[in-house]
Ligand binder design. Sequence first.
Ligand code: SF4
Length: 699
Amino acid sequence: MPGGFTGKILRVNLTTKQVSTLPTEKYMDYGGGHGMGSAIFFELVGAQLPFEAFDPRNLIIMMASPFAGTFMPGSGRCEVQGLAPMLHPIEWFGHSNFGGRFTAQLKFAGWDGIVVEGASSEPVYISVIDDKVNIESAAGVWGMDTWDTQQEISRRVVPSLRYGEWAELAQNCFTTQIPAVVACGPAGENKVRYAALLHGPGSQAAMCGYGGVFGSKNLKAISVIGTGGVPIADPQALMDARIWFRQFQWDVDNPRDAAMFSSGYSLINGAPSGGNVSNGDRVPARAAACASCPRGCKQRLATGDSNESVCAGSMFASIGGGGMFGGGAKPKSADGAAAKPASIAMAAALRSKLTRQGNDLMQRMGIGHWPVMAMRGYINTAISQGLVKAELPPQGTYAYYEALFRMISLREGELGELAAEGPARMAEKLGRYKEDVHGGSLRLTYWGTQEHYDTMTQLEWGYGSLFGERDLMLHQMSNYPVHWMAQSGNPYLTAEEASKLYAEAMIPYQDDRYLIDYGVSPETGIYSDSKIKLTAWTKHYEKFWHGMGFCGWRWPQCITNNTADRRGATPNAEPRFWNAITGQNKTFADTMEIGHKIFTLDRAIWNIQGRTKAMEVFPDYIYDRPSGGSIQPMVIDGKWVYDQGRGRQHDRAKLEDFKARFYKFEGWNPDNSYPTRATLEKMGMKNVADVLQSKGKLG
Ligand code: SF4
């Protein structure tokens, strides 16, 4: 086996209670991580598709990568795959991921991944201690929230564990570690379609509803603890690469341009602690990190709440105005006079405390933080318009969020049942899908997931989601580094300089200077061949590198303000670390071609599930309403500028033409979007071509 791999993938059948292994070597042509997960999914159930996400035949696949358990920066996330109950109109084969220390422990236990199939007749959890794997009863754990579940399972797995002391896992086998547990909460047990998986206090696999798939399998949690290591092909080369990489990191002792990109812009510059967007620096906190990540975007707070939650996980519940932006109404004393400064400070602290605890409640119930954002708005609309009779406490109070989370997680009442189905299916059940989704009041732009950044200007996000299965959620492409840099009003690169550095990084399309021209010029803008390459590059990078556990808050890094010449680590860092760890000799272009192969395999799975060319369209409002825009680099009148691109509307005919050219570029039939036999066989996937042909879906 190449370095970085343990050589075996755990296979657990919950119906038969059989535990076996799959050899990693068999799937090496797919790189690792997501690619291997897709290959396993296709091999085990591809020919049986279509079926639904809560069918026991669905798989939960949790993949590590060669990087997990090493100190390759920002590479330790766990890739989760399987049919996704959250997605719409078909429960597409999807993916989500979560950070923390799960994949590191999985590798230390000797596994490259876990495949769970079937469904148990009674609640269980899976315990992995090195090569000892047991399916254990979850009696007494089923019904617990995600935090209590992790604590209780840790106690059961390692009863002798005491903080700071050695515990005996097996004979002559000791650890100071607690098991890494990933669990569903009450929302997952009740098959809420956007139920999350939670690991640690705040690391969520938020997308796709895999918590609900755990629930459908009567699977409460997976616990992993290992005492081994990860084989590294060339330890010296890995150490050299890691030291070399320091130039791309935020330098705590000498932060370049710290004043330019502080506080909210820590997402751009890579400074620690910036992920908890509701705390800022109000409560003293130290940075916390996923295994292997020197950035540490998370926080551990002195107050002990909101720990390790980031972004939507720390800002969904905003209580009394204590959320992302703090502040809120200024309190008054009983006679109406302005309150004293001490009272104001105390009230603000209380609002912040309640906000953090409200968000923690969401984590404990196991509700996906990003999808519930769209859900909350639609619930409020349904109540206020009298579409559903339900009462909730006043919005903005802790009681409101407590009642909301309980209603969704336990499917309480008519509204709870509707809300648990997610906003797209709730709109359908209310008979309002066309009016609300196509009309644009419920912006479910991408397969039942909500619009995130402007579809018309952040183009790889819009196209990458349309040609994928969910919101792309790839901030580090040109969203944080370019959009937010320009949005700051003080960009450290001109639009033209940024476009040059991006083109240099985006191998194999480095000869195209207009890859990130987000303008409307027919030659280089929104429907141009440059945007086809931008979309392809983004999807291929997503499938290979993000699927390899790379964090979307760190990778790719085409530019950075941490280096003197503003060049980022991409495309040199990725192959340098890969080759040091695996001992292979891959170029960046090699990995992107494997990403292309994985994307084509995922495409074939979606086609078998029912994806057609006609389905790949945006809701009507994207064509019919002027876009609000979103600042990006673009060429206007022959000059590179930063511009909002406001007022655009997609043109249906031009988008159809773009789609056909994109399919052809990828080696798929431009008339029906199905991959061709020639493409699949060239990629070594004759088996996929045969199944597609048997289903009448070969391009
Ligand atoms: S940037 Fe944050 S979420 Fe990403 S790997 Fe690092 S600590 Fe984890």
